[in-house]
Structures are given as structure tokens and as C-alpha cells.
Design a protein around this ligand. Structure first.
Ligand code: FAD
Length: 385
């Protein structure tokens, strides 16, 4: 490989160029990114940046010292076997990394709505979160809960509208979500409620009703940013399909981060994980693959969320579990463990119990059986169960 193009200058993109250089690749690397910014981390956009504790979250990476030809404000439009078509002309490649991430889904309607994906989105929304503002957050998922946290702290009157019967239901199930209900104490939480459209002055609900709002935020999920690949000869299915080496169906092309749906040897399933740790770690394997080395991407997925003063952390893949057991009660610090039929740990979710997360992640990796009677005693360390 002599000439690598990395498409997408988010975390997965910048980690890819770092990994290529770290492996001794000294050929040409061009990194293109749709945004005008140099690479930055997104988790702070709904936390420190939105709360006003920080104004940016740039990744500490010296692209020019690494000899990277970085082109901000340039989008890929199409992919061929030997070149990428961009908004600024063609770029030839013999190795390519797809790292275009995801983009937010918006709601129908002509009224103004915010999404939260970019640094610019976060700064714009932050300016609108002023005391007394009526804020309607659509979706009580990770982003919705974090936006509600920031809006409430800014002194806004917050309504959260969620289609399911509990917060976080789509991500981790209604039973877990129900354990976070008390966190919404001074928020107008409308469950089992669908938004029809965003109109001037608020949102129209399906089946009647209107929620007045000065600020509407859609936190209803994202989709892989792969439209630019529509005409390429590459397998797409819920993102860019890859094998366990992060190789796509196109020769010399790998995919990483939010946009990649990789084959997990561990779970014998195709996973696409929209979380920071994947964007951080997958590029090591993708770079090795691109350089012809043998490497397998087989992580225990991990993420966290900070909401309503609580730290939620998750490791594993709960669809691989059958039984849900708790350590601790919802009023305090607690964890949830999903167990397989063999009583091995499929996934762990901890609320303000970081040790359970760290130990659980190791147990998942090791794959040993747990003593379920000890497990439900929150005073017994998870590693001793
Ligand atoms: P992205 O970060 O989406 O980067 C992709 C880049 O590619 C973008 O800059 C995009 O503009 C660019 N691009 C897209 N299409 C093109 C194109 N055609 N040509 C050129 N460039 C293109 N995860 C956690 O684990 N914990 C958290 O607490 C957490 N909080 C988050 C909070 C927010 C507000 C957001 C938005 C995400 C959060 N995440 C969190 C998720 C995490 O940030 C993502 O998983 C991570 O950013 C994925 O990185 P990526 O590089 O794959 O994609």
C-alpha cells in the first residue's frame, strides 16, 4: 500500500491515521472531513460543552507532525475501485478507510429543530438553553437524557417525549429504563407518546395535543452516513458490512467506527456499535488489515453516559443474555447483569458502581460462570461471584 485515503475526520478517522503511522506506514495519507473542524471528541458535546464547562473537545493529535494531508470541509461523493470522488476533485488510493460515522435522524415538520451531532450543533443549542426557556426533547435515549440534564441545569422548563414506555428502552430495554424514572422528577416526561411533526412554537403529537416549546431537540437516533456509497460496488446493510478484520467487500477498503457493521467472532453476530470506544479501538485492527497484517477486531463493546448526576456504564452485548439480575436497588447505586443460559455474563450495566463495570468487563472477556446467589448481593465484589 502506498497511498491511503481516510474518509471522515471524526475519532475513527484520526485514530486510523495515527494507527497507520504507528505501524510504520510512511506512504501518503490524505484525511478528508466534511466538517470545517479538525477532529474532536463528541461525548463532551452533550456534557461539558453543552453545560458550558468547556467550549471545544479537539483531539490531541498533531496531524501535520505526522505528515497527514488533512483536508477539512471536503466531502466524499462517490467511491470507485481506485479513486474517491470528492467535492474538491478526485483522490486516487490503493488503501481506503471509511470512517464517515452516523448522522442524526430528524422529525417531520417545518418548525425549527435542533440535533446534536457536531460541535456547531452543541454551541448553537447551548446558546438557546437559557433560564425559563421551554425545551422539548424528543427521545429519552442517551442523547435525550443528557440534553434534558443540561437543559434542566440551565434553568429551562423541560418536557421529554418518548415513544416507548420507559426511558432508554430501545437501547437497554424497558425494565432497565424504568429504574431511571425517578431521575426525571422535575421534568415533564411523556411516555408512550409519539411526535407527529415539529411546528412553529412546538411539537404536534400523534393522536392530538401540542407541546409548546421555544426550543425543540430531536434525539431520536442516527443512521450510518453511507449515502455517498450508494453507487459503489460495496456491501451495505445497516452501515458498511465488514468481516472480523474490518475488511469491506471492496478490495483495499476497510471501515471503522459508527458506520461499520463488523462480524463479531465473540458473539457470532454482526454488530454496529455507535459508541466512542469502538471508534477509538477499531482503527488499530483496520490499519493492520490494510497493511496486510493479520488482526481480528473482537472487543467487548463498552460505553458510558452521564445523566441527571449519575454515571451509567455498560459493557457487553445484552441480546446474548437471557436473564437479568440486579445488584442494589434503584434508589441507590446499582448494577444490572444479563446472564446467558450457562450463567456466564453477557452484559453489565452499572449506575454509579464503576467497579462492577471494570470487573464485569473482565468477566465477560474471560467467559467464566457466575454464582448467581452471590451476584445479587451488592456487597460481594463482582469478581468474587
Ligand atoms: P463520527 O464522530 O460521526 O465522525 C465521522 C465524520 O465523518 C464526521 O465528522 C462527518 O462529518 C464526516 N463525514 C460524514 N460523511 C462524510 C463524507 N461523505 N465525506 C467526508 N466526511 C464525511 N459514546 C460513548 O461511548 N459515550 C458517550 O457518552 C457518548 N456521548 C456522545 C454524545 C454526543 C452528542 C454524540 C453525538 C455522540 C456520543 N457518543 C458517545 C458516540 C461517539 O461520539 C461516537 O460513537 C463516535 O463519535 C463515532 O466516531 P466516528 O469517527 O465513527 O464517527
Amino acid at each position: 500500500v502506498n497511498r491511503v485515503v481516510v474518509v471522515g475526520a471524526g475519532l475513527a478517522g484520526v485514530r486510523s491515521v495515527e494507527a497507520l503511522r504507528a505501524r510504520g506506514f510512511d506512504g501518503r495519507i490524505t484525511l478528508i472531513g466534511q466538517e470545517r473542524h479538525r477532529p474532536y471528541d463528541r461525548p463532551p458535546l452533550s456534557k461539558a460543552v453543552l453545560l458550558g464547562d468547556s467550549d471545544s473537545s479537539y483531539v490531541d493529535s498533531d496531524l501535520s507532525a505526522m505528515g497527514i494531508d488533512f483536508r477539512p470541509g471536503v466531502s466524499a461523493k462517490a467511491l470507485r475501485a481506485d479513486a474517491v470522488e470528492t467535492t474538491e476533485g478526485e483522490l486516487a488510493y490503493d488503501g481506503l478507510v471509511i470512517a464517515t460515522g452516523t448522522e442524526p435522524i430528524t422529525l417531520p415538520g417545518d418548525g425549527p429543530q435542533h440535533v446534536l451531532r457536531t460541535l456547531d450543533d452543541s454551541l448553537e443549542l447551548r446558546a438557546r438553553l437559557v433560564p425559563g426557556a421551554r425545551v422539548a426533547v424528543i427521545g429519552a435515549g442517551w442523547i435525550g437524557a443528557e440534553v434534558a440534564t443540561a437543559a434542566r441545569r440551565a434553568g429551562c422548563a423541560v418536557t421529554v417525549i418518548e415513544a416507548s414506555s420507559a426511558p432508554l428502552a430501545l437501547a437497554v430495554g424497558e425494565e432497565i429504563g424504568a429504574r431511571t424514572l425517578s431521575w426525571y422528577d422535575d421534568i415533564d416526561l411523556r411516555l408512550d407518546t409519539m411526535v407527529g411533526s415539529v411546528d412553529e412554537g412546538g411539537v404536534e403529537l400523534v393522536g392530538g395535543g401540542f407541546v409548546q416549546a421555544h426550543v425543540v431537540v430531536a434525539g431520536i437516533g442516527v443512521r450510518p452516513a453511507v449515502e455517498w456509497l450508494a453507487d459503489a460496488d460495496i456491501d451495505l446493510h445497516n452501515g458498511v458490512v465488514t468481516d472480523e478484520h474490518l475488511r469491506t467487500s471492496m478490495p483495499g477498503v476497510v471501515a471503522v467506527g459508527d458506520c461499520a457493521a463488523w462480524w463479531s467472532r465473540r458473539y457470532q453476530a454482526r454488530l454496529r456499535v455507535e459508541h466512542w470506544d469502538t471508534a477509538l479501538s477499531a482503527p488499530e485492527v483496520a490499519a493492520a488489515t490494510l497493511l496486510g497484517e493479520k488482526a481480528v477486531y473482537d472487543p467487548v463493546p463498552y460505553f458510558w453516559s452521564e445523566q441527571f448526576g449519575h454515571m451509567i456504564q455498560y459493557a457487553g452485548h445484552h441480546p446474548a443474555g437471557r436473564r437479568l439480575l440486579y445488584r442494589g436497588t434503584p434508589e441507590g447505586k446499582w448494577s444490572a447483569c444479563w446472564l446467558t443460559d450457562e450463567d456466564t455474563l453477557a452484559a453489565v450495566l452499572s449506575v454509579d458502581r464503576p467497579r462492577d463495570l471494570v470487573q464485569g468487563r473482565r468477566i465477560i472477556d474471560a467467559g467464566h460462570r457466575l454464582d448467581t446467589e452471590r451476584l445479587v448481593d451488592p456487597d460481594v465484589p463482582l469478581r468474587d461471584c
